[in-house]
Design a protein around this ligand. Sequence first.
Ligand SMILES: NC(=O)c1ccc[n+]([C@@H]2O[C@H](COP(=O)([O-])OP(=O)(O)OC[C@H]3O[C@@H](n4cnc5c(N)ncnc54)[C@H](OP(=O)(O)O)[C@@H]3O)[C@@H](O)[C@H]2O)c1
Length: 288
Amino acid sequence: MEYRTLKNGVTMPMEGFGVFQVRDFETCKESVLNAIKAGYRLIDTAASYGNEDAVGAAVRQAVEEGVCTREELFITSKMWVADMVNEETAAAAIDASLQKSGLEYLDLYLLHQAMGDYFAAWRAMEKAYEEGKLRAIGVSNFYPNILANFCETVRIPPMVNQVELHPYFTQEGALENMKYYNVVPEAWAPLGGGRYNSFENEMLKGIAASHHKTVGQVILRWNVQRGVVIIPKSTHEERIRENFDIWDFELNEEEMKQIASLDMGYTGSRAKHFDPDFVRMCLGRRIH
Ligand SMILES: NC(=O)c1ccc[n+]([C@@H]2O[C@H](COP(=O)([O-])OP(=O)(O)OC[C@H]3O[C@@H](n4cnc5c(N)ncnc54)[C@H](OP(=O)(O)O)[C@@H]3O)[C@@H](O)[C@H]2O)c1
């Protein structure tokens, strides 16, 4: 396992475990516990996933069982846009995440979207960071122009930006911009979110076979080799272990290029941040 150092000196594991759409408490708790036992130290949840409580319960159990210490874990959550109304609602959202997870502090807290009054929400995050409730603060789904404006404007610039990053949507320009602002990139849907039929791709299968690895492991490895933190999700114990077994091989330059050539230049996900209907949907408004 490797780590990235954030601009405030905090170290962040380069591989974590995502729990989007794992709504059931027991399933989520068990998956997170399996992940921690498999070696994952970063867990990625969000207020909108409705499972901060299950993540907190798994963390407590892992620590009680002596699998690891709380300090070794890096727990991330995110503020949903409904709470980005003003500083007070945002501060209450941070406290709600802490209360639901039952954790004294979170290692990273993100603005889930650049929607609502996200500048006011950020001011609440800056305060919580200074109070020690959050060890690091960042953003998610901030596209390059929005991230540049944000970094140029706020008092404490974000340390991480979690965006969609996989071989079918490589976002090289966005990575360049994050590098410029010393913002660590974190990939959501690092396996493509189950889309794109990547597991059947002949080129990926060939590269995987030559390294005695699976297509999933090759896709994940490709992102970490370009400096991107990854947070694959699975509720299957075998896959949880498989996805973490990527630290003993290296893709060569040619393989890195071949994999990047799958880029479509746009997302195939339903989260279409440039679509006004998607923004209205996130804000709970009428969709036209
Ligand atoms: N910030 C945001 O807006 C945002 C948006 C989306 C996601 N996220 C975060 O990013 C995390 C990962 O994204 P994601 O869950 O959308 O997509 P993902 O991790 O790219 O893919 C998950 C899908 O791939 C399957 N899978 C996992 N490992 C596999 C393997 N080794 N072989 C074959 N299939 C495999 C999973 O199925 P099974 O579970 O059945 O194994 C699931 O259907 C989320 O859990 C969440 O924490 C953030």
